[in-house]
Write a protein that binds this ligand. Structure first.
Ligand SMILES: N[C@@H](CCC(=O)N[C@@H](CS)C(=O)NCC(=O)O)C(=O)O
Length: 311
């Protein structure tokens, strides 16, 4: 059955840990979604017209509304599909803020551990692509040399999960699975998927191992495949659905209609330019036009992103 223009499309690749977070949200909420598999490295000629250059993975598309970054994707999924909630015991602030731990220091630790261990097996084309992404050397030899320290740090991060599960459980937020679990699980999944030594690294954490099995059992909802070209065509035909929302408390006096550049503050710092449609403390949506994608609205989170007036 052909998905309609308002179904949820995820642009992702199977090995992507950030995409695994979203696939688990689909599982938890039992969402039927459309999978568009993108290449692990650039170019992504059917996706860039819609994002305006944002190149990180995953990206969610609903018609001509494009959601960048897992923070933003998760917020939108919770809004559209509120049950079951990602915040079953409350704790929405804490669970959301946990991404600043899991997606940054914990993730960098896991990345260094994975690529340091794969070292010689990492293709040169991948290394070159990720150097462009980082704007810095992707030094697998240095990562290999740092494996002992990365193991120490990985153990410390996993130790927090073990302690938390031991003090309540069976989930990180208490009695039901939620975003806390999905955020924390991402890096464990990533290390497990890539390194046979994961068994040894996790051996001393019985709570974590039992919890991992419970998280995995949630699955990925119902997945249907679509090509990148079909997704672009859906974007081109659709009209963005985002309504205008001002933020009277914007610290910089920004307002709907302002022309701005939005970019990540850590890596993949490509600016996407557009006119503000909606603003809040946690989100910004900008309207842009592209010859291939037509009119689109691109959504970003605020934490971890820079918004600057377009020069
Ligand atoms: N903060 C972003 C990080 C996403 C991220 O770093 N994804 C990795 C893949 S898992 C990536 O973008 N790699 C480079 C690429 O796919 O172009 C998010 O939450 O979505």
């Amino acid at each position: 059955m052909a998905p309609n223009d308002h179904s949820v499309i995820l642009h992702h690749f199977d090995e992507s840990p950030f995409s695994e977070k979203i696939r688990l949200v689909f599982g938890l909420k039992n969402i039927a979604w459309t999978s568009v598999r993108i290449s692990r490295i650039m170019p992504r000629p059917d996706l860039m017209p819609m994002t305006g250059g944002y190149r990180r993975t995953p990206v969610m598309q609903i018609g001509a509304d494009i959601y960048c970054d897992t923070q933003c994707i998760i917020r939108e999924l919770e809004r559209r599909c509120p049950a079951p909630s990602l915040f079953p015991g409350g704790n929405e602030g804490l669970a959301s803020a946990s991404a600043m731990w899991t997606d940054k220091s914990f993730f960098q630790n896991a990345v260094n551990l994975v690529f340091g261990s794969l070292a010689d097996k990492v293709p040169q084309s991948f290394i070159e692509d990720r150097e462009k992404l980082r704007g810095a050397k992707f030094d697998v030899a240095a990562m290999k040399a740092a494996i002992p320290q990365m193991r120490d740090q990985f153990r410390a991060h996993v130790g927090w999960i073990e302690t938390q599960l031991g003090s309540g459980g069976p989930w990180l937020g208490g009695g039901a699975m939620g975003l806390f679990d999905i955020n924390a699980y991402m890096n464990i999944w990533y290390v497990r998927s890539n390194l046979p030594v994961a068994d040894e690294l996790l051996a001393q954490f019985p709570n974590v191992r039992a919890w991992e099995t419970r998280v995995r059992a949630i699955g990925h909802g119902t997945r249907t495949e679509m090509s990148t070209a079909e997704a672009l065509e859906i974007g081109r035909r659709a009209t963005p659905q985002t309504i205008e929302v001002e933020d009277p408390h914007d610290p910089n006096g920004r307002t709907v209609g302002d022309l701005v550049d939005v970019r990540p503050d850590d890596y993949g710092k490509i600016a996407v330019r557009g006119r503000i449609v909606a603003l809040s403390a946690q989100s910004i949506a900008i309207r842009r036009h592209d010859d291939l994608a037509g009119d689109v609205v691109v959504h970003f989170p605020r934490a971890g992103f820079l918004v600057t007036p377009a020069a």
